[in-house]
Design a protein around this ligand. Sequence first.
Ligand SMILES: [Zn+2]
Ligand SMILES: [Zn+2]
Length: 507
Amino acid sequence: MRTHQGGVRAVEVNPNHAPTAVTLEYSPMTGEARFPQAVWEQLRAMLLADLSRETKCFVLCRTLESSGRVVFLAREVVPVPDEAYAQRSASLVETRPEFIHALLVRCAREGYALLEAHTHPWTTLPRFSSVDNRSDLQKFQTTQPMSPPFRHGSLVFGCDMSFEGRFWDYTREAMATITRLQVLETPPRTLYGTDCQPPDWARTALAVYDRQVRAFGLEGQAMLSRLRVAVVGAGGLGSQIANALALLGVGHLLLIDPDRLELSNLNRVVGASYAQAVRGWRKVRALAQRLNRARPPERRTVAPLPLDVRTREALAHLLSCDLIVGAVDSAVARQYLNTVAMCALIPYLDAGVGVRSENGRLAQGGGQVQVVIPGATACLACTERGIRQSVEEQLTPHQRELSIRGGYIQGEAIPNPQVVFLNGVVGNLLVWELVKLATHCAPVQPYIYYDLLGQHAFPARAERNPNCLLCAAHPDSLLGQGLYGLMGYLTPRRAPKSKPIPTPRGG
Ligand SMILES: [Zn+2]
Ligand SMILES: [Zn+2]
């Protein structure tokens, strides 16, 4: 990894450019950019159309900001028409100022950040040239007065879409590195910038994960260990999932659930003790304690967050994750998580279970797992009706009748009864999909249905709705809208206490 600690970076001299002495200060901030599949394909097609000379285009983005980190959410690629190039050759590209000005006006009006992208088509190890350094610095200083909230950055791509990236840290008036790009294909891909490869997987815990490394390789294990996953819901299903993810060596696990343990949880909640249930411990606290104990000392990174998932604090934690897992029994919470995932371009894995009993006989039971890759696979809103139909087609008429009455096909878990073995099966179906997403060791299955009585798990069709308000590619959808898309869900901030009005003396 490059060190970002505000050091001065040596100027690299590209043989194709005249060297210009510009030294750049680098800020300790880092950035990341996320591309829905359609936006990435568009960008790639534009940039690689002509490899005989440099090409330029612009990406309009929303941003998610947290301390020290900015995430660019790509919304739209703007091509540069021939007449808008001021210069264009095999080693140089420049856009006319009026073209950029018009884009900046649009950014200011519509609240977008701007990433400028250009190619170095002669290389697979792209680095900003000294000419790039000089022109980026000049441009970023020019747009500094638009900040905050405006963010301005640039990406240089090689002929295979390898990249180097940076953005302007307007607080320190210095460059900040964009370390990685997330491409939301099936499965999602992470591209690391030139000199930004993650450190080698620490082999200290190799003994612990040896049998897994034998299953999906050292790189697969490394990919798991770099993940930051939020598991929402620490009940019967969520605790099974969290348990398996902790054992697998997932890097950071955030457990989100405000509920306290009760005696009636002890038949299925992993990690809870009788004493904790009697004392009413928070579910996530009991679970995190238990899961951390099973991990090597340097990997005790399971964090309990006893929060309602719809609070601002929980949202900030969700937005810091690479993957969100929903094991919640409320349709409202499930739809909320789906919306957060679409707005922030974070893959979402959802699981639900349901059992129905008639006079002590288990009449029906089952569950489903859905893998939502924003903009690539169907989201929960897309599948509300489609899945139901697809699953129903594969059940016997009697099963169908019961499942419709039970209602769980729609993903609505029934509060009672609850059995540990069903949670175990469905939870681990989800975990297996998560491992596939992270390690690419097998093809991802976007939707799986499990029928308890038939002991039968099968994939169901999960077709995207081209008009989906959440995940479709049309301009009004919430895909990649960041906090803009979540405004309606956030509780308004408490108004500051109004100051007492002083009483004038005298009179
Ligand atoms: Zn360049
Ligand atoms: Zn959708």
